[in-house]
Structures are given as C-alpha cells and as structure tokens.
Design a protein around this ligand. Structure first.
Ligand code: SAM
Length: 318
C-alpha cells in the first residue's frame, strides 16, 4: 500500500479533558523549544509531499488552539503536489475559524462530538461547551468544505443511548457520522471497563430503527471507515472498528507529532525524529530520503490496537 497520507499533530495541548483521551498525568507538556515552529512544520510537510504524501490532516492535541493555525494552513496548502488538507478538531473554536480555515485552503473537517446532550458533554469532556461545538458544526456545514464528518466514540453506558440520534443527523444533514470503537489504550481509558461496544452491535441498533443500511462502497477519503447510508439520507455513516476489525493491510498513513517524532503506526513507538535534521538545515530532498526510508519499514511496526501497549491519542492525534 502506498503511503500518501500524513497525520500531523500540531500540539500536545487540548482545551477539553476527555475521560477516554486526556492522560491522568495531564500537565506534562513538551517545552517550547521542543516544539516545531510553523516554518519547520511546513518544511517537514513539504518533504513528506516530496516523498509521496498527497493528503495532510491537522490533528492534536487540539489543532485549533495552535497559534496562527489559519496562517499555517495557508502555508501547508501552498505545497505543490498536495491534493488535500483536512482537519480533525473538537470543534470548540470552529465557529470562529471555519470560514477563515476554508479560505486558507482547508478542504475537509472532521469534528469529534460524542454526545448531543449538554450534561453528557460536560461529563465526557469536563467542560460546558456543547453549544459552542454545535455552532461550529453548523458553521462548517455553511463554510463550503468538501466534506464535513462527525467522529463519535461510542461508549457503553455513557453515550450508547444516543446512537439513533447520531444516525438521524446523517439523514437530516449533508455530513458523514462515523461511529468509532473506543480503544482502552492509556492510563485513563483503561479505567472505563466495559465501555467498548463493538461496531456490529452499534450497526444492529441503527438498523433496528432505520432498516437495513445501504453499503456506500469505499467512502472517498473515508480511510478505514466502512460506509453506509439510510435510504434518502442527505449524508452517510461510517464505522471504524479499530478494536474488532483489523485494517492494517489497507493503511496508507504515517504520523508526525508536534516535536517531529514520526510514527509508522498509531500503535508503534516513534522511529525517527526529524527536528534535529530540520534544525541543522537539511534540505527537502534530504528529508524526503529519510521519510521514504521510514515508509519502507512501516509494515514491520504495524500492530493492532488489541496488542498495542500504552499510547497517548491526545498527543499523537488518533
Ligand atoms: N482534539 C482533536 C479532536 O478532538 O478531534 C484531535 C485529537 S483527538 C485525540 C483525535 C480523535 O481521537 C478524536 O476523534 C477522539 O475521539 C479520538 N480518540 C481519542 N482517544 C480515543 C480512544 N481511547 N478511543 C477511540 N478514539 C479516541
């Protein structure tokens, strides 16, 4: 599988404190000098594109709290050869930024939203910010993005009662709702025992209400999601079964965090750090050579989530 997709974590900080994501040892953030500057991120991104990457996604931490993120989006979008710039966000700052991000060249937005209830939102994220996120969803739908998706991590006993409502959003709005299996992978998420609800059960509950879902084939830009829709719906649905399904064979992605660590697999350790090379003035061709060498060893590092050790989604960005 060609590696043509880079997930770029812009920061290890977040403005939410989710019960399944933010580490219990919150507060141990990277020092300023360890973080890549905008110029370094753009040079690294340029080298990834030279090595074959066609799509870049900003993630985090929360990418929209990164200073001057709109300007950074413009710098990345200007890289010749890049076909798509996407963003995964918790949506808290999106209402204010959606229009500018679109103008700067962001093509697609994924918004992580696990509940439609203000109280449950507070319970999951530690913050009373549901209304801001919902207004970010609405603004995004009007901003002209190519695709808007909602990422919903379903947790048994916490938000599984809302599966039908989320499916209903895909009928009402031109967006894709993606149901994601919960991974118990860090010190905090492992405490949520019994929270995993397999995709097959989520789908069964939706079909009980909406009838048989229509397979949508491969969703363009859908990554590991299997696509479906309800007949006559404005949008679609996707299911990401990181726990019960195994999709390493079709993985086309690589990750870089905000300090320049490159991860061949979400569940692998970083195999290389580009920061030193960037700071010693390495050119694009030289960096692209390093990156191609990482692509070559990607398959040796692949792991499924069930055999993964401890990982922090909150800094690698999912
Ligand atoms: N702050 C941004 C956001 O909320 O979308 C980007 C970073 S966040 C770590 C990226 C995605 O990882 C989110 O959709 C989040 O729900 C997902 N995620 C984090 N921890 C997870 C876990 N334990 N299981 C499944 N998904 C998880």
């Amino acid at each position: 599988m060609a590696i043509d997709y880079l997930r770029l974590s812009l920061t290890d900080r977040c403005n939410l404190n989710c019960i399944y994501c933010t580490p219990l040892e919150k507060g141990r953030y990277l020092a300023r000098e360890e973080l890549l500057t905008h110029e370094e991120i753009a040079r690294a991104a340029g080298a990834f594109v030279k090595a074959g990457v066609k799509k870049i996604r900003f993630t985090g931490g929360e990418p929209l709290i990164k200073k001057n993120v709109v300007e950074l989006a413009g710098m990345i979008k200007a890289i010749p050869g890049l076909k798509e710039l996407a963003l995964t966000t918790n949506g808290v700052c999106l209402a204010a930024l959606a229009g500018d991000l679109r103008k700067a060249g962001v093509d697609c937005v994924n918004i992580s939203l696990d509940t439609l209830k203000r109280q449950t939102f507070k319970r999951i994220t530690g913050a009373d910010r549901f209304n801001e996120v919902w207004s970010g969803v609405q603004k995004s739908l009007r901003a002209g993005f190519r695709r808007v998706k909602l990422n919903v991590v379903i947790m048994n006993g916490i938000n599984d009662g809302e599966i039908a409502e989320f499916a209903g959003l895909s009928v009402e709005y031109p967006l894709t709702v993606r149901f994601i299996e919960f991974f118990p992978v860090n010190t905090r998420s492992v405490k949520l025992t019994g929270a995993l609800l397999p995709t097959a059960e989520v789908k069964r509950r939706i079909e009980r209400i909406y009838g048989r879902l229509l397979p949508a084939g491969t969703v363009k830009g859908g990554g590991p999601a299997r696509g479906y829709s309800v007949k006559g719906a404005k949008g679609g649905m996707g299911f990401i079964s990181g726990r019960s399904g195994y999709f390493c064979g079709s993985c086309n992605r690589v990750r870089m965090d905000c300090s320049g660590n490159v991860y061949p697999c979400l569940f692998s350790p970083p195999v290389h750090n580009l920061r030193g090379r960037l700071r010693s003035g390495a050119g694009c061709a030289e960096l692209a050579r390093d990156i191609k060498n990482i692509f070559l060893v990607k398959s040796e590092y692949r792991k499924d989530s069930a055999s993964a050790g401890h990982i922090e989604m909150s800094s690698i960005g999912g």
